[in-house]
Design a binder for this molecule. Structure first.
Ligand code: PEP
Ligand code: MG
Length: 584
């Protein structure tokens, strides 16, 4: 039995599928002589396609970000044409009679060994560029539809990986993934968010697990406790399969409340909204009974797009989400990149403290043309529903003022060009940085609404990286200091009459509902899969009980005391629902 960080609840028993990276290193496919020349042609076509893709990247990066950023990709084009790389891969295919991806991996291994010997750090780090170029050829190969391995993976599997990057999500679509175990990552990292969005049980932070598990091993994963069992005996397997059925039955039993109102026994209204990454999640949100989208994380569009998406491409993506969203109501957040989510074109350098560095609004503000493009696309998408604009990681009042000017400029550009858009868009900011929380009264005067990003707020208050499993026990929104700050924020919003939503992961955790509701929160935005469960809880609660719970929690001094008390209080209101939470 191994214990990791529980990140997405649920119990599952299935066979392991281990990957080094999601652009997976696989067993080389032995090819017969007749297939070799076809494989070489497939490789050549992938190189040409990757070259075309890079050409487009250079053009769009130059246009939206500038000449310096585009230079990185011109360098990649040169690497792609490197005759030594091409010859090496072809020779490996022909002489070792293997498939192109395996030959590429072999080339990458050789480069890695070579670069590890280089003393100069700058040159050593150029290996990242080679990796990127090889990755680009690999994804072209995967798209060429002959990915034999993928086609075989129809049975349900538990993915065992070092980590899962959003840009690799597409490569996972061909697998039937029913559980995810990662070595890296905490409970609010992007891999965890993706797992929860898809309702896939998941455990992270199990360092070294890949050395103990092989593809095909039977595994038990309990995403509520963070436990993983390797190769269980028949009795244990049967017991967990029963738990799996019970968990699914319980969760499904709440789905009947889809069309019921989120209102407490004593008549208090609550709004349950969904966090989405794209149109598919927005459709799930509609089915789950959410009444709108409280957070649309636009970064997944950028993380999965081969180039910088232009205004029309962005408009199409935002419009699709708006049209699929419940009541066509969507809060669209501008690009929140950096920290744990990287795209290559912003010229990221390795930073000692990425979450405290070049991240989020700090990046987008530094590229006005890029920011304008996104703002115009969002404003135009507003014509197809009702949107609000949300800005992530705001730290100071000056940022808010600069952003307002940027929005005005984008509107002016659209007006001058005679392009229609939603003019009366409410502007809100994410409350994620303690500095902003400490200046909340001044901030609220200059915005229309607030959205609390409790994932980031918790990591910054507790000085504990949300993606580092070693400090996951600090990164807890139940911690008394975090709850105190949340109370401060909610009181300020109530006093100044500003709408406030909480859209961090705690919004979907059953045990967080009563204290937040009792402190005055009325709008919760969460992964769509959690909406029925939280609605069940709402419908069995009263405001009076929630206020008493919030008052009691205010007097508790430790995380453990809060956790124990909330587990009990939640169970008293709704005995079943606590079973669906992660048991941190
Ligand atoms: C948060 O920080 O709570 C949040 C909702 O934003 P993200 O998880 O995308 O950083
Ligand atoms: Mg955040």
């Amino acid at each position: 039995m191994h214990k990791g960080v529980p990140v997405s609840p649920g119990v599952v028993v299935a066979r392991a599928y281990c990957v080094d990276e999601v652009l997976a290193r696989r067993e080389p496919q032995a090819l017969d002589a007749a297939a070799l020349s076809t494989e070489v042609v497939r490789f050549e076509n992938a190189v040409v396609a990757a070259g075309n893709e890079l050409e487009a990247v250079v053009a769009s990066v130059r246009q939206q970000l500038g000449e310096d950023e585009a230079a990185i990709f011109r360098g990649h084009k040169l690497l792609l044409r490197d005759p030594a790389l091409i010859a090496k891969v072809k020779t490996t295919i022909l002489h070792k009679k293997v498939d192109a991806p395996s030959a590429l991996h072999e080339a990458l291994d050789d480069y890695t060994q070579m670069f590890e010997k280089i003393a100069d750090e700058y040159f050593r780090e150029r290996l990242a560029d080679i990796r990127d170029v090889i990755g680009r050829i690999m994804s072209q190969l995967a798209q060429s539809g002959k990915d034999i391995h993928c086609l075989q993976m129809k049975e349900p599997v538990i993915l065992v990986a070092p980590e899962v990057l959003p840009s690799q999500a597409a490569a996972l679509e061909c697998l039937n993934i029913v559980g995810i175990i990662t070595e890296a990552g905490g409970s609010t990292g992007h891999a965890a968010i993706l797992a929860r969005a898809r309702g896939i049980p998941s455990v992270s932070g199990l360092r070294g697990i890949r050395e103990r598990v092989a593809t095909g091993d039977l595994l038990v994963l309990d995403g509520r406790t963070g436990h993983v069992l390797l190769r269980p005996d028949a009795e244990t397997e049967a017991a967990y399969r029963k738990l799996q059925r019970e968990y699914v039955d319980l969760r499904d039993s709440f789905v009947h409340n889809r069309d019921q109102e989120a209102v407490t026994l004593d008549g208090a209204q609550v709004e349950l909204l969904a966090n989405v990454n794209g149109p598919a999640d927005a459709e799930t949100a509609q089915r789950s009974g959410a009444t709108g989208v409280g957070l649309y994380r636009t970064e997944y569009l950028f993380l999965t797009h081969p180039t910088v998406p232009n205004e029309e491409e962005q408009l199409a993506a935002y419009r699709a989400v708006v049209e699929a969203a419940p009541n066509r109501t969507v809060t669209i957040r501008t690009l929140d990149i950096g920290g744990d989510k990287l795209v290559p074109y912003f010229g990221h350098e390795r930073e000692a403290n990425p979450f405290m560095g070049w991240r989020s609004i700090r990046i987008t503000s530094a590229y006005p043309e890029f920011f304008q493009t996104q703002l115009r696309a969002i404003l135009r998408a507003g014509l197809h529903g009702k949107i609000s604009l949300l800005f992530p990681m705001i730290t100071t009042l000056e940022e808010v003022r600069r952003i307002r000017k940027q929005v005005e400029r984008a509107k002016q550009q659209l007006r001058s060009a005679g392009v229609a858009f939603q003019d009366n868009v409410p502007l809100g900011v994410m409350m994620e940085v303690p500095a902003a929380a400490l200046s909340i009264h001044a901030l609220l005067r200059e915005i229309d609404f607030l959205s609390i990003g409790s994932n980031d707020l918790t990591q910054y208050v507790m000085a504990a990286d949300r993606d580092n499993p070693k400090v996951a026990h600090f990164c807890e929104p139940f911690s008394p200091p975090v709850l105190r700050l949340l109370r401060h924020i909610l009181r300020a919003c109530v006093r100044q009459g500003k709408p406030v939503t909480l859209c961090g992961e705690m919004a979907g955790r059953p045990r967080c509902f009563l204290p937040l509701f009792g402190m005055g929160l009325r709008r919760f935005s969460m992964s769509p899969g959690f909406v029925p469960t939280i609605k069940e809880l709402v419908r069995r609660s009263t405001l009076e009980v929630a206020q008493a719970v919030a008052e009691k929690v205010r007097r508790l001094r430790t995380f453990n005391a809060v956790r124990k008390f909330l587990t009990r209080a939640t169970r008293e209101v709704c005995p079943n629902v606590a079973a669906l939470d992660t048991r941190r």
